[in-house]
Design a protein around this ligand. Structure first.
Ligand code: PEP
Ligand code: MG
Length: 572
């Protein structure tokens, strides 16, 4: 028995045989020259493979949207953009024509240019390399060259634990949920596209494991919560994991039976469970979940995937669909958040804007007042069902609220003067607390607003000086770092004093095992990604008296990442 300690990328447990995969494809790509008479045929081959890959990608986007996997849909969208890039097509055809080489060879040369270009970049851009590699592999597959390959002869044994040096999106996509018990890899980070896709299969994932010595068919126990992989577990360990896996299955069965019950802990504490969405389609499909409202409507999708600003009418139609789809349940619509990771293409940011920061909060409103005015007017008009709440992004203190509020009043005045009908009620106002300054100003902020949302994705990066887009530091910091927990406690305390709602809506809310601690800290409202809704609700329903006495005290005694992982593993 040998134990590897890696990094957890998805919780859960699995026990089963290994199937090894390799994403090294180079030696399998055929290279040859073509006669002048065959050039046309070769260009046609390349063109058909682009078209086939595009059509496959469009189906994948549609399927991802239908199963409200927004993360996967976004990744596929990025791949489709590469597949449709006219410049890439042109370069491939030129290479076939000028070098007289086969389509595979031309593709490899052209894509190598882009892969090299991004190879020295960090964070979000570094991930582009894998998007290019994966898109190239997809096209090569259409030409008959397989990319990721199973290295085990007994490939037919299913389900298996997939072990690879690096997970790549096409490998993950080729494997259906029923085929895979867990993923283990050496490279990769929490936000890599392949990891995000693997997570949507709902199985444990452990990264950072030296997989070199693991062989085909070996039995592994994978502990996704502890980030632990046990090779050839002994009888006692096997028995322990078998019992754990059985108990997890039973928990889920109880939850299926209680699907229509309101969300509450086993001791009867009522919890508000909302969802984070971006599009009307997501909202419509999510109605079947029985959620308590939309805790975060990210409106950026309307702005980022186009070359011009959306009109008031376009926005009105979208917001109206979303507001109507919840049948009266509250919808917290966040005004455009111009972040480093989400800058609309049509906006020219002022010179010297820091690319890592984008243009956040009140700076954005003051720089682009008309953009926000149009958005607010569209929202006010769409609020016929009286369920709209507005959320101001990335504020640091009460001063930051004023420019947003000024525009709210101006928008109402403009609509009134133009005699455009809208609901004149006072719209509940909330803010995103996602900077340390906002946490420390939360007492004053609660005097100004009706509710707050905690955005842990940004709060964590600004608290720890760790970019949310890089995987380099993930090994060192826990996503629920004790400092973040202390911030949450401060906000909850101020919310109680002010008797106002505080809803946690960052990625932390996607991890079932954090809920006993978050609820112990006094949080009663959460907003989660729709694909995690059922699992989270199930975990909340199992929180009961067995929860150890003073959880928070125990938690703050921990120092290392390993201690924190172990602490949370008992809540899986
Ligand atoms: C957050 O920062 O936690 C958040 C919910 O906002 P976004 O992820 O859209 O920046
Ligand atoms: Mg944020």
């Amino acid at each position: 028995m040998k134990i590897f300690k890696g990094m957890s990328a998805a919780s859960g447990m699995a026990l089963g045989p290994v199937s090894l995969f390799s994403s090294e494809e180079k030696s399998h790509i055929p290279h040859y020259t073509v006669d002048s008479g065959d050039i046309e045929k070769e260009i046609y081959r390349a063109d058909s493979s682009f078209k086939e890959a595009q059509s496959e990608m469009r189906t994948m986007i549609k399927n991802a949207r239908e199963s409200f996997d927004r993360d996967a849909a976004d990744i596929f969208h990025a791949h489709l953009t590469i597949l449709e890039d006219a410049e890439i097509h042109k370069k491939v055809y030129h290479s076939i024509l000028n070098q007289k080489v086969n389509a595979e060879s031309a593709l490899e040369t052209v894509f190598a240019e882009y892969i090299d270009k991004y190879s020295n970049l960090e964070g979000h851009f570094a991930e582009l390399i894998h998007d290019f590699i994966d898109t190239r592999n997809r096209i090569l597959e259409k030409l008959g060259s397989k990319s990721a390959q199973a290295l085990c002869p007994a490939e037919k044994i299913r389900p298996v634990i997939v072990v690879a040096d690096r997970l790549i999106p096409s490998l993950v996509l080729d494997l259906a949920a029923e085929d895979v018990l867990a993923f283990v890899s050496k490279q990769g980070g929490l936000t890599n596209h392949a990891t995000i896709l693997a997570r949507s299969l709902g199985v444990p994932i452990v990264l950072g494991v030296d997989v070199g010595t693991i062989s085909c068919g070996t039995i592994l126990a994978v502990d996704g919560s502890l980030g632990k992989v046990i090779v050839d577990p002994d009888a006692k360990t096997t028995d322990y994991y078998n019992r754990k896996i059985e108990s997890l299955k039973k928990k889920k069965l109880v939850c299926v039976a209680k699907k229509n019950f309101p969300t509450a802990t086993n001791t009867g504490k009522k919890i508000t469970l909302k969802i984070n969405i971006s599009t009307p389609e997501e909202s419509e499909r999510a109605e079947a979940l029985g959620h308590d409202g939309i805790g975060l409507l990210r409106t950026e999708f309307l702005f980022t995937q186009r070359n011009y600003a959306p009109t008031e009418e376009e926005q009105y139609a979208m917001y109206k669909k979303i507001l109507d789809s919840t049948r009266g349940k509250p919808v917290s619509a966040r005004l455009l958040d111009i972040g480093a990771d989400k800058v609309p293409l049509f906006l020219e940011l002022p010179p010297n804007t820091d690319p890592c920061m984008g243009l956040r909060g009140s700076f954005a409103v003051e720089t682009f007042p008309d953009l926000y005015l149009t958005q607010i007017k569209a929202l006010l008009r769409a609020n016929t069902g009286n369920n709209l709440r507005v959320l101001y992004p990335m504020i640091s203190d009460t001063n930051d609220i004023q420019p947003f509020r000024k525009l709210m009043n101006e928008a109402k005045l403009k609509l009134k003067r133009a005699k455009v009908p809208f609901n004149p009620v006072k719209i509940p106002e909330g803010v995103m607390i996602e900077t340390p300054a906002a946490v420390m100003s939360s007492s004053e902020i609660f005097q100004e607003v009706d509710f707050v949302n905690i955005g842990t994705n940004d709060l964590l990066q600004y608290a720890l000086a760790v970019s949310r887009n890089t995987s380099m530091t993930e090994k060192r910091y826990h996503i629920l770092h004790p400092a973040l927990m202390k911030y949450i406690e401060i906000i909850v305390k101020e919310a109680r004093k002010a008797k106002k709602e505080v809803c946690l809506c960052g990625e932390v809310s996607s991890f079932e095992e954090f809920y006993p601690l978050l609820i112990a800290a006094g949080l009663k409202s959460f907003s989660v990604t729709p694909s995690k809704f059922d699992d989270i609700k199930c975990s909340i329903m199992h929180i009961g008296n067995e929860t150890p006495g003073d959880l928070l005290k125990d938690y703050y005694k921990l120092h290392t990442r390993e201690e924190i992982d172990k602490f949370f593993s008992k809540f899986v």
